[in-house]
Design a protein around this ligand. Structure first.
Ligand code: ADP
Ligand code: ADP
Length: 223
């Protein structure tokens, strides 16, 4: 069961100094099960690839299929509907994922509402080891707990695919542990988990490691 299929996907960025190629001819099939890690040094194309998979960025070349659907054939509204229904994104900074002026539970409710779904915040918080924090302000949570809540927002949205961009890079080791546990938990619950990271501990968690360099896919290692 393949969730994403990329065939010679290329991404360009126009800059004042000329075109920068973010991804070169990336071909890859991502199975739904397990944890796929996109590894590689800074500037290798990890975030670009996640933005493409999250349907935030349109490839300049090649095809991207999501659940068998050719996303290049979709208009803006179609891409947005797929994103809303299936894809949960978690970025590296908790502040990009959460609304600080809402309580913990209201962040989950807002995420569910954006996806037009109902929500039981307490159930999601229990699942993620955040039980009892529903009425807290977001800044009262540790960085790791805030990232857990960001994954909770993806659950509240009803996402079946979780895409996380360097989710531990802003965290100390103890907080990062909370995120590693959460990724393991989500994979056990049959979510497709895709993560970009150069954190060795996170890379070790991968059941499939796709290594990028200079916007090219160097190889895929199965564990
Ligand atoms: P990584 O996530 O591995 O650090 P990125 O996907 O951010 O890599 O970057 C891949 C390449 O694309 C780099 O050369 C980067 O400078 C370039 N790039 C990424 N985003 C932009 C952008 N918005 N505008 C111009 N160039 C970009
Ligand atoms: P958009 O405004 O991007 O077309 P929505 O109206 O569905 O999509 O999204 C409302 C809010 O949810 C926006 O702030 C957006 O950044 C965020 N969002 C959209 N899609 C996702 C996603 N798949 N995962 C996490 N947050 C998302």
């Amino acid at each position: 069961d393949t969730v994403f299929e990329l065939d010679r996907v290329g991404v360009d960025y126009p800059t004042p100094a000329g075109t920068v190629t973010g991804l070169h001819d990336v071909s890859l099939a991502v199975p739904r099960s397990g944890i796929t890690v996109f590894a590689g040094p800074s500037g290798s194309g990890k975030s670009t690839l996640l933005r493409v998979l999250g349907l935030f960025e349109r490839p300049a070349r090649g095809t991207l299929r999501f659940d068998g659907v050719d996303t290049g054939a979709l208009r803006h509204a179609g891409r947005r509907a797929l994103r809303r229904e299936h894809l949960g994104l978690v970025f590296q900074n908790p502040s990009e994922n959460l609304l600080d002026y809402l309580s913990v539970a209201d962040n989950l409710r807002a995420a569910a509402q954006a996806a037009r779904r109902g929500c039981e915040p307490e159930r999601i918080l229990e699942q993620l080891g955040l039980g009892g924090t529903g009425e807290w302000a977001v800044p009262a949570l540790s960085g790791g707990q805030q990232q857990r809540l960001a994954f909770g927002c993806a659950l509240a949205r009803g996402s079946s695919v979780i895409l996380a961009d360097e989710p531990t890079s802003q965290l100390d080791e103890a907080s990062a542990d909370l995120v590693l546990d959460t990724l393991r938990y989500l994979a056990e619950q049959d979510f497709a988990v895709l993560v970009a990271s150069h954190d060795d501990r996170l890379v070790d968690l991968g059941t499939r490691i796709a290594r990028l360099r200079g916007g090219r896919l160097e190889g895929v290692e199965q564990r």
